[in-house]
Design a protein around this ligand. Structure first.
Ligand SMILES: Nc1ncnc2c1ncn2[C@@H]1O[C@H](COP(=O)(O)OP(=O)(O)OP(=O)(O)O)[C@@H](O)[C@H]1O
Length: 237
């Protein structure tokens, strides 16, 4: 099928990932439509980070095929994808402003005005050294780095970890208002199900390396007659 015509940004077929001691993904078949915000949910060890790393091209599946925007992965993949890793990848000796300028140098698609806007939304002081930022402030900086690029696919691995609940809600509202109508697709893993629920168009529940449920958030809520958080409790009971 021609995926550009079908409107899919991601198509995965038969994805398995075996680490030495662990079969982390056990056959993922998935199509994600363009312009959606997709929640990737699941308990610890269910395969969320592994799936995001495969999409980002950081690791290869043991078997199966990945297509991004209709194409097999190639050298251009990094130009199409912004990836926020779970680990801290920033240099402590740089200031926030230096970090953003440094990263801007790597990407033709960097939007400096967007980065400035996000700095204000996230309440970050550009003059502060990264090593002096609290965990939550570093998490905000990582989010700015990922969201300031103009790319079709944004992958966020636990982006709200360490951010306090009221700031989290504010950040989520700003992501929703900025991205809802765009061509951009966001896939994000999180354990903050109730706070993130309003932002999700589609939701995937992973369990032991396979997709337990994948549908629009609205369909899931109406099928189960409850919130995503309550669905979580039923699925993983
Ligand atoms: N590099 C690795 N080598 C060996 N096993 C790994 C490696 N990375 C992940 N695993 C294992 O693969 C499984 C899936 O891990 P993954 O990090 O993808 O889960 P997750 O859903 O992101 O978990 P969490 O919510 O705790 O971040 C786990 O059992 C994990 O221990």
């Amino acid at each position: 099928m021609d995926m550009e015509a079908s409107g899919n940004i991601v198509e995965l077929s038969g994805i398995h990932k075996r680490y030495i001691l662990k079969h982390a993904l056990t056959g993922i078949d998935l199509e994600i439509k363009k312009g959606r915000i997709v929640g990737l949910l699941g308990p610890n060890g269910s395969g969320k980070s592994t799936l995001l790393k495969i999409l980002a091209g950081l690791i290869h599946p043991t078997s199966g095929t990945v297509r991004i925007d209709g194409r097999a992965p190639d050298a251009n993949r990094k130009k199409q994808i912004a990836y926020l890793p779970e680990i801290d990848h920033l240099y402590g000796w740089m200031t926030v402003d230096e970090t953003l300028r440094f990263i801007a140098g790597f990407y033709d698609d960097w939007q400096a005005d967007k980065a400035d806007e996000l700095l204000a939304t996230m309440n970050l002081d550009g003059r502060q050294k990264v090593r002096n930022l609290s965990k939550g402030l570093r998490a905000r900086l990582k989010l700015i780095v990922a969201l300031s690029r103009s790319v079709p696919l944004v992958l966020l691995d636990e982006p709200f970890s360490g951010i306090d609940p009221s700031s989290r809600a504010k950040i989520i509202r700003s992501i929703v208002s900025e991205f809802r109508t765009g061509e951009q697709t966001i896939i994000l893993s999180t354990h903050s199900v109730s706070e993130s629920e309003p932002m999700f168009d589609d939701v995937m529940f992973l369990q032991q390396g396979s997709v337990r449920l994948f549908d629009s958030a609205d369909n899931l809520r109406s099928d189960y007659g409850c919130s995503l958080e309550n669905i979580w409790e039923k699925v993983y009971a």
